[in-house]
Design a protein around this ligand. Structure first.
Ligand code: BDP
Length: 592
């Protein structure tokens, strides 16, 4: 799916701004709220989560549908074009109504969707209504507890009335980040000519000093395809005709981590044209190495979240710019889009800034129910949707040079019923390979208690593991934690595959200090990393360290979370903790 751009053949209308918003009271659909202006609605900003925009418990704790509305008018000069309505992401499920009629529905909160509205728009003002559900269940990704109810009380008959009182519909996410919801990414209307370019697939390779770019252009309607490649000085460096072909860029400048170089493929088809940026770079796994442009690459970076004050999980471009700037300050080179695809705008920025990305689908929470007879993957009704999100992610991000690996899940249970887990994930691993014309490595981020039983993580191209020795296990005892970690590394060494740590960390209250490394203090977090890193440094098969987390982030309330998850090396408002200075020094001096 192409990103939205305005150019000489395409126009864009951005619907970002203040929309009308109202939580469903259970009668919204029945009373046709979609068809007329919402009564007693609030003014909320789009794109952003609705949860933190006003001081309302109901906004924080809502479970179910909510309604958004805005109006728009398409300028007369555009109406002879094909007109498309596109959503960057609506979390987690959307039903879209135009002038009272359902025009599209979408499941999944982190990927774009669009629908043509050419013949549906009125001459004058149009009423757009988006119903949004934040429910997570056994069939959504991320996964939530099916009933979304809380049970609290005793099974005893005497207490029946108390028990009943405590049961209510509520969100019960099976993941450690706040279940932010709403219209999270831009809503835009764009036009194309009636015959138009539908998709562009670029597959770069390197031969000697040259870049070799295979291409496929998908078009709708009649026309001739032309492709020219421009370098960063807007000089034509290659040209071709036809829907498929191969372009040679002589003495190509490579897209390198930390040193991005972007070419533009200018595709024309009849009256339509589209400029697709891309980089010339290769990615492969060889032996125990991860190679970018045939050179060993070592990941230094983070697991992150899209999470900030007021916006919640809504796109925040100033913060994206800030985060990349902080990464560069730290001499980091990469992050994983834990635990869902990030905005297209962030991916574009990473392309330009040379930040390397592990691109993850929203498959988090596939880790309970193993011991009940109906449990395991039979309990999750996610297989089809899991295929869809892998397909849609690759369709969206295939041309990004910053993406070097796909992650098909975070911390699924891969050990209690190892064969069942393998049977679930192996076809998804194969699917990702099959769909990606660049054939990037595919991984799954594991967190086994008993790694000896796991046959899924070792079947991936890179073994990615999350570890919390010293925090959740062997809490506070860094000496023993180091020994346990070392012991485990001896096991992984024998598997002879590239291996990286994709999460390790300790909750840390900014400003809490202690001379000795006591848990929750800034000194402990720093010491924790020193101990773990000293072990990582002993092994050549380790291809990266991505700590958890870049910054503190919001979670559900719970006794393990003090105002959210505090494992950031930055606070939520991006103030460094001691560990940030430690990593800056480590990565600056790193020879890997
Ligand atoms: C890991 C999860 C991550 C959590 C982290 C933690 O992948 O989402 O936030 O643990 O507990 O298990 O901090």
């Amino acid at each position: 799916m192409l990103y939205i751009k305005s150019n000489k053949s395409r126009a864009v209308i951005d619907l970002s701004g203040i929309w009308q918003f109202k939580l469903d009271d259970g009668t919204g659909f029945e009373n046709n709220w979609m068809a007329r202006p919402l009564e007693y609605a609030d003014n909320l900003y789009v794109p952003a989560s609705y949860n933190d925009q006003q001081e309302k418990l109901a906004y924080r704790d809502h479970c179910g549908w909510a309604f958004y509305q805005c109006t728009f008018t398409v300028p007369q000069m555009l109406v002879n074009n094909r007109v498309v309505l596109r959503f960057g992401a609506v979390t987690h499920e959307a039903r879209v109504y135009l002038n009272g009629l359902l025009i599209t529905e979408h499941k999944g909160g982190f990927l774009p969707f669009e629908t043509e509205i050419t013949n549906r728009i009125n001459d004058g003002e149009n009423l757009l209504c988006v119903a949004v559900s934040n429910r997570v269940s056994y069939s959504t990704l991320p996964v939530g507890n099916e009933h979304g109810t809380a049970f609290f009380g005793s099974e005893s008959k005497d207490l029946e009335s108390i028990r009943m009182l405590k049961i209510r519909d509520r969100n019960s996410p099976n993941f450690d980040f706040f279940n932010y919801a709403g219209i999270h990414r831009p809503v835009k209307i764009y036009t194309t000519p009636k015959s138009y370019i539908k998709d562009i697939v670029l597959t770069p390779d390197i031969e000697g000093a040259d870049g070799v770019v295979k291409y496929t252009i998908e078009c709708q309607g009649e026309g001739q395809v032309n492709v020219i490649i421009l370098d960063e000085n807007k000089r034509v460096v290659a040209e071709s005709k036809g829907k498929t072909g191969c372009l040679i860029i002589k003495d190509a400048k490579l897209w390198e981590p930390g040193n991005a170089y972007l070419y533009q493929a200018i595709v024309t088809f009849g009256d339509d044209c589209y400029e697709q940026e891309f980089g010339v770079r290769t990615v492969e796994v060889k032996g125990t190495q991860f190679l970018i442009n045939r050179k060993p690459f070592y990941f230094k970076g983070f697991g992150k979240h899209e999470d900030s004050d007021f916006y919640g999980r809504g796109m925040n471009q100033a913060l994206n710019v800030k985060d990349i700037s902080l990464m560069k300050w730290l001499h980091a080179n990469s992050f994983r889009t834990s635990h869902y695809p990030y905005s297209e705008e962030m991916m574009n920025l990473c392309d330009r800034e040379g930040i390397v990305v592990i691109d993850e689908v929203p498959a988090v929470g596939l880790n309970f129910g193993w011991n009940d007879p109906e449990g395991g993957y039979a309990k999750f009704k996610t297989t089809e949707h899991h295929r869809e999100v892998i397909q849609d992610l690759i369709e969206r991000d295939k041309n990004h040079p910053c993406v070097v690996m796909w992650s098909i899940a975070n911390e699924p249970d891969t050990e209690k019923q190892p064969q069942e887990a393998y049977n679930y994930f192996k076809p998804l691993y194969d699917l990702a390979h099959q769909l990606d014309s660049q054939n990037r490595p595919v991984t799954l981020v594991a967190c086994q208690n008993d790694y000896l039983r796991d046959i899924t993580a070792p079947a991936m191209d890179v073994i990615c593991v999350n570890r919390y020795y010293g925090w959740y296990e062997l809490s506070g005892d860094l000496e023993l934690a180091g020994e346990a970690f070392k012991n485990e590394m001896e096991y992984w060494q024998k598997i002879k595959k590239p291996w990286m740590i994709t999460e390790y960390g300790a909750d840390t209250i900014s400003g809490l200090h202690s001379v000795l490394p006591n848990m929750w203090s800034e000194e402990f977090q720093t010491e924790f990393y020193r101990v773990m890193n000293s072990i990582l440094d002993q092994y050549d098969f380790v291809v990266g360290e991505q700590l958890w987390n870049f910054a503190d982030f919001n979670t559900i309330q719970g006794m393990m979370r003090v105002g959210g998850n505090k494992k950031g090396i930055f606070t939520r408002d991006r103030k460094p903790k001691l560990a940030a200075h430690y990593f800056k020094d480590r990565w600056e001096k790193s020879q890997r």
